[in-house]
Design a protein. Structure first.
Lengths: 387, 364
């Protein structure tokens, strides 16, 4: 962070740094692959107990109401030691929505367990026929007394085969374009009729999933907001998700790997490489500044409608750029299959690069975000032929 | 961008009103085609509004703006392509304000009043001739400085010298014996200028400050140059995109506004993202503490130069053949961006220095 830190902020950083040094297991530092929820369970719990798993949450629900600057400090310190990401769906996707729209019962039941990682969440939005055009989704839910009966097929559900609970957008109205035809509902993954299956990715893991829903019976009290409010609630959720998707943590962690690699390969003595590395550092500075500004504006109630799209796409591009420089720096090793275990001594060169392709796709592709910016921020006309 | 406070609104309205009333882009066009000119009337107006003392504390006769406020002032000057060397003047004034001599105080008063233009020279184009000038045994100085954008306007140059191993900040008047100005005209009608010193007598230079303080003050003046030029570039690219978006909405082909085509929408959206990022970085850099200020200023200058060039190139392209004409105002933006991109250090020079600075910080 470029900004001068106050004394309390310096102390916050020192405390977090000391705690991370003492508590983050060596085998989790700069891990090559994406760690699975079972592998992360212990670390998740430790972070939660310290108030750091969801630092921006209200104290009422176990957060520490971290200020934007404190959130940045935490992000920098986590990246510095190469700490792994915690599964984000519960923490930054569904929980903020429950805090805003959930019933007291939903909050009491789900928030504490989401915060500690005791319950892992997965999102069910996209479908085979409804990706970028999400509103055309066809997974159908029929109200039957005090229950919803759900039938359909969801896809691209990160980590769904590890999930204990799912949150789904389902169709409860017939009119395909109507705003009140979609509902957000919480589903226990153990409910009969729910089948989640992994899909192998380009990076060689199987974190993408598809979910089959075969007459899944869910109590009506699991609906978030009202029936037909899912699009509003879900859009709020997407905005929250995308601002947090703009987190500089991926870029900072990539930069930390880049610096390790530059030292290891001698690239930090090559003027051409130094120019590329400096450019990567500056891009990350710009991302951090943008993220901090967005968090502060959100806190001040001045967030702009397109902030989330802008941050999401900028964060993805900066991270991908840093990893491209990392590829340049590593020479022939840029093609090596990642070591099974990696750490500070043997930084991974290829896994993070492979995995970074997802950043510009998930949560709405960068092209979708550009379309949103063009229309909402720049006021350009809607492209012809699309309603 | 956070919503503006009243004091910020005053800054924005004052500089905007001044430049619009003076003739807007028509005046800019005239000045761009008049090599190395200075609109003295406008300079006097800047002085009377107090803006030449923007970076000087109130106790020393200035307005005492915070760095973020200076950036705001310059961002809005940049939106209107202000050709005047305000960044140089602010940086020179700040440097004088940090000096502890009577001579510096007298010079500062003349600078704030708009009577004398003081140009800090060590902040030349980075990487070129940065070797400190040293006095020889005969108490004379010879050598060539680095480039200073628009240095041709200087009445007095503020030079950092090595005198028997001690840093000394001196004032050197334009007409001094042995001093030659080597100016090359830039594409926007300004200049890059170097000073050639051919045995200039130490006795002909006025001592302003000595020792480590002189070095620190010069470094701070360089940071202000970089932040200042970045702010001008931020305003420039913001306005260039605004003009371009208006054109995309207005221009019709195939029976629809060309702004409805995704190929063009996405390019405009990409510019929007980097312009917002540049502005966020600019204001964050303004809040840097003393330890990080050098890195922050280098980082934002490199980023602003790169982003602005990308922006004006795209804006010309998005205007089609109109964008390539001299007649269209985008030509003014394009050439000004080229010039501002190298002022205070071009992008790759800044990156080179940044890497060096960062290594130093790490070593600490």
């Amino acid at each position: 962070m470029l900004r001068e830190e106050t004394e309390p902020q310096k102390k916050f950083r020192a405390d977090v740094r000391a705690w991370l040094d003492a508590n983050l297991p060596a085998e989790l530092r700069h891990a090559a692959g994406r760690l699975t929820p079972p592998e992360l369970r212990g670390w998740f719990k430790k972070m939660a107990d310290r108030g750091l798993a969801a630092p921006h949450w209200p104290r009422e629900w176990g957060g520490i109401e971290a200020t934007p600057v404190e959130q940045i400090i935490l992000i920098e310190e986590l990246a510095r030691v190469g700490a792994p990401d915690l599964p984000a769906q519960g923490l930054t996707h569904i929980s903020p929505i429950l805090i805003k729209y959930g019933t007291e019962e939903q909050k009491r039941e789900h928030l504490p367990k989401a915060r500690t990682g005791e319950v892992i969440w997965a999102q069910g939005y996209s479908e085979p026929g409804s990706g970028s055009d999400l509103r055309s989704l066809t997974t159908k839910a029929v109200v039957d007394g005090d229950k919803l009966v759900i039938k359909g097929h969801k896809i691209w559900n990160t980590g769904a085969h590890y999930a204990d609970w799912l949150y789904l957008l389902v169709r409860t109205g017939e009119d395909r374009r109507a705003r009140d035809a979609i509902t957000l509902v919480l589903v226990d993954a153990k409910t009969p009729g729910v089948t989640a299956r992994g899909i192998r990715t380009l990076a060689g893991d199987d974190e993408l999933c598809e979910i089959f829903l075969d007459d899944v019976v869910v109590p009506l009290k699991n609906v978030v907001g009202k029936i037909g409010e899912g699009w509003t609630v879900g859009t709020a959720l997407l905005a929250e998700e995308r601002i947090r998707s703009g987190t500089p943590i991926h870029a900072l962690r990539a930069l930390s790997r880049l610096n390790l690699a530059a030292q290891a390969t001698g690239a930090d003595r090559d003027p051409w490489m130094l120019d590329r590395i400096a450019r990567a550092e500056i891009e990350v500075m710009a991302l951090e500044a943008s993220y901090l500004e967005a968090l502060e504006m959100q806190q001040a109630g001045e967030a702009e409608a397109e902030d989330s799209s802008r941050l999401k796409l900028f964060g993805a591009e900066v991270t991908q750029f840093v990893l491209e420089v990392l590829q340049d720096v590593t020479g022939a090793h840029a093609a090596v299959r990642a070591p099974l275990a990696s750490n500070e001594e043997t930084p991974d060169f290829t896994q993070s690069f492979l995995q970074s392709r997802r950043l510009s796709i998930r949560g709405g592709t960068n092209e979708i975000q550009r379309g949103i910016i063009a229309m909402r921020a720049l006021g350009l006309p809607r492209p012809g032929g699309h309603a | 961008m956070h919503s503006l406070k009243d004091s910020d609104r005053h800054i924005v309205d004052s500089i905007g009103g001044l430049l619009d009333d003076a003739g807007g882009l028509a005046r800019v066009r005239r000045l761009q085609s008049t090599p190395m000119s200075l609109d003295r009337a406008l300079w006097t107006r800047l002085a009377s509004l107090g803006w030449l003392g923007a970076a000087v504390p109130e106790a020393q006769g200035g307005v005492g703006l915070a760095l973020t406020e200076i950036a705001l002032l310059l961002e809005h000057a940049g939106k209107r392509l202000m050709p005047e060397p305000l960044v140089l003047a602010l940086s020179g004034a700040r440097l004088l304000a940090r000096c502890n001599t009577q001579a510096a105080a007298a010079l500062l008063a003349a600078v704030i009043a708009g009577k004398t233009l003081c140009v800090p020279v060590e902040g030349g184009v980075a990487g070129e001739g940065r070797a400190a000038l040293a006095a020889d045994g005969a108490q004379r100085v010879s050598g060539r400085t680095g480039y200073v954008s628009d240095g041709h306007v200087g009445d007095v140059f503020l030079l950092l010298l090595d005198v028997n191993g001690t840093a000394r900040l001196c004032a050197l008047a334009r007409g001094a014996e042995g001093l030659t100005l080597e100016s090359e005209e830039t594409v926007d009608g300004g200049s890059i200028t170097r000073l050639r010193l051919g045995g200039v007598k130490l006795a002909d230079m006025t001592v302003l400050h000595e020792g480590t303080g002189a070095l620190v003050a010069m470094a701070e003046a360089e940071d202000l140059l970089r932040i200042g030029y970045s702010a001008l570039l931020t305003g420039l690219m913001d306005e260039a995109l605004e003009m371009t978006v208006a054109y995309l909405k207005d221009r019709r082909q195939f029976g629809v506004p060309i702004g409805s085509f995704q190929a063009l929408q996405h390019r405009a959206a990409s510019l929007y993202v980097i312009i917002k990022a540049t502005r966020a970085l600019l204001y964050e850099a303004c809040k840097a503490g003393p330890e990080r200020r050098g890195v922050a200023a280098l980082g934002v200058k490199a980023y602003a130069a790169q982003s602005a060039m990308q922006t004006v190139k795209e804006c010309v392209q998005l205007h089609g053949a109109m964008g390539y004409t001299e007649e269209h105002n985008m030509s003014l933006f394009f050439r000004r961006a080229m010039s501002l991109a190298v002022a205070g250090g071009d992008a790759s020079s800044c990156r080179k220095l940044l890497y060096g600075e960062r290594q130093n910080i790490r070593a600490i």
